[in-house]
Design a protein around this ligand. Sequence first.
Ligand SMILES: [Fe+2]
Ligand SMILES: [Fe+2]
Length: 260
Amino acid sequence: MEQYLNKGIKEVIDQYPEVEKILDEYGIGCGPCSVGICELKDIVDIHNLPAEQEQELMQKIAGIIYPGQDIIIPSGKKKVPAEGGEIKYSPPMKQLVDEHVLIKRWLALIPAVVKNLDLESDEGRQLILDGIDLIRSYADRYHHAKEEDILFKYFDEKSEILQVMYEDHTTGRGHVKAMLEALDRKDEATLGEQLSAYRELLTEHIKKEDEILYPWMDRNLSTSQVGELFAKFSEVDEKMGFSPDKYEQFVVKLEQQFPK
Ligand SMILES: [Fe+2]
Ligand SMILES: [Fe+2]
């Protein structure tokens, strides 16, 4: 079993396609992950299943790889179980999760915004400019910069999981560039496509961070590193030179304009 634990998940799935279905049963979706070359043991560690579920999952996988054989599953190092399914974050990680909330509220509004696009009026164009400003200033320059310039530096930036995160940030910046170009040309179709693509990308990205990346990072950071992170994030907050209030107000206004 050890040799399979050290193999890339894509390789294991290629050899034993049923493993993907088993992982799916435990909410581990390696299929949609754009890289998918994490080792099997990392996947089990990153997803932090309760001990019994982890054993059960590994037994099922062993049953596929070694049918009819009695396989001893190495018991993983024990981690703090999530209580009642709710993820407990360290204070700096909680800050990042909280920042995601405003971004998610804006993402939730995008379908209504796309449906009501009006690039002929000043007001309609301003709405898009304000939305792009939220993405560039708040989501990217402020939030993603905290991740890329501070948090990710505590980990191996060449690791697959971080490569996926960097790739998502870069793809998002590409969508923003295309949005601005479409806005200039008053090309509503392209602008709508780019906004929707950004929404899809960031929705998945935030889910990966909230549910997988941050909890895994928290388990691997020492107490002093957590303290250091908190101090560094506070420094960014002090220097950021803008108040998130205006983005909050923008979102509240749109929520009233397009109620669910
Ligand atoms: Fe991110
Ligand atoms: Fe994030």
